[in-house]
Design a protein around this ligand. Structure first.
Ligand SMILES: *[C@@H]1O[C@H](CO)[C@@H](O)[C@H](O)[C@H]1NC(C)=O
Ligand SMILES: [Zn+2]
Length: 299
């Protein structure tokens, strides 16, 4: 049953990719038009766009989505923790995390010039921007991104983020002082829950955002790709803490068990160790193998 579902879904995904390739020109046209429209919006040109965009995706899209999922009794059977109930986000909680999240980033936005490399922006524009102290607009490329590069860049940026954050997360668990100071808060909960996604120390959250940003920068992603990346990235982080083990989850859809998924991250929270990588599994497998190997040599 489950395998038939996965097989069917994989065929659907492949069919969608094939149709997307056939309609590439139309899709590119839509991307071009979207980009031309975005370039004319003051809010998209603002240096604060990305800083505000993440909480907007979180509050307007993702929290209501998980609330809806929780209200459907049919899905209860997929709960990892059967007793779990969705606790609504209070306005105060949203406001508090919103402010804590945005304040340090808004500071960076105001005083640092944003460089979107590899999209054909004249470096002269950055030089001119650097002559003023306070930034209000970001230098955006005139050209839209290539439609094929959008998903490729998103996947690559996720892989790079996963690698960076694996190293950080692993260190946070292996050093007692680091753990206590920066990461214990994320593990301080009665049950795992999407609220835990956001339960981060300021330093930890900044490292997380910088790692995500670095992933996007390394692949020279276009600002439109960056904007599309945000809800996907947040959704993946929330999935990890959503307490549902979907039979159609990415951990089952993506072949070779490449993706970790909610059940593995739940295990990390229950055991307090293992499954350190946020999205993929290969690094934890590598560590496990290396540790097993050195233990064998040691004995
Ligand atoms: C989209 O824009 C690019 C760059 O401006 C242009 O080269 C390309 O022909 C456009 N494609 C479509 C399908 O409109
Ligand atoms: Zn942890």
């Amino acid at each position: 049953m489950a395998t038939a579902l996965i097989l069917g879904l994989r065929c659907c995904i492949l069919a969608c990719i094939a149709v997307g390739m056939l309609l590439a020109e139309h899709l590119q046209n839509a991307v071009n038009e979207t980009w031309a429209w975005l370039l004319q919006q003051w809010w998209f040109n603002s240096v604060y766009f990305e800083t505000v965009w993440a909480p907007v995706c979180f509050t307007v899209l993702l929290v209501p989505m998980y609330r809806l999922i929780d209200s459907i009794p049919l899905f209860d059977r997929y709960k990892i923790d059967k007793k779990h109930r969705f606790i609504p986000f209070t306005a105060l909680e949203m406001l508090k995390t919103g402010v804590f999240y945005m304040a340090p980033l808004a500071l960076l936005d105001t005083f640092m010039v944003k460089h979107y490399k590899g999209c054909g922006i004249d470096p002269m524009v950055w030089k001119i921007k650097r002559q003023t102290w306070v930034q209000t607009t970001r230098a955006l490329p005139a050209e839209p991104p290539s439609v094929a590069l959008i998903p490729i860049h998103i996947v690559c940026a996720l892989v790079v983020f996963d690698m960076f954050f694996f190293l950080v997360h692993y260190s946070l668990h292996k050093n007692a002082w680091l753990y206590k100071t920066f990461h214990a808060l994320h593990h301080d909960h009665a049950t795992v829950d999407i609220h835990v996604t956001n339960q981060l120390t300021v330093v930890e959250r900044i490292v997380l955002i910088l790692s995500a940003n670095e992933g996007l920068k390394i692949v020279n992603s276009h600002p439109l790709t960056r904007a599309i990346y945000v809800p996907i990235f947040l959704w993946l982080l929330m999935e990890n803490h959503c307490v549902y083990d979907w039979p159609w989850g990415l951990d089952k859809l993506v072949p070779f068990g490449l993706m970790g998924g909610p059940a593995r991250h739940f295990a990390h929270h229950v055991q307090g160790s293992g499954n350190y990588a946020p999205f993929f599994t290969y690094l934890d497998k590598l560590v496990k193998r290396t540790n097993g190997h050195s233990r064998k040599i040691g004995s």
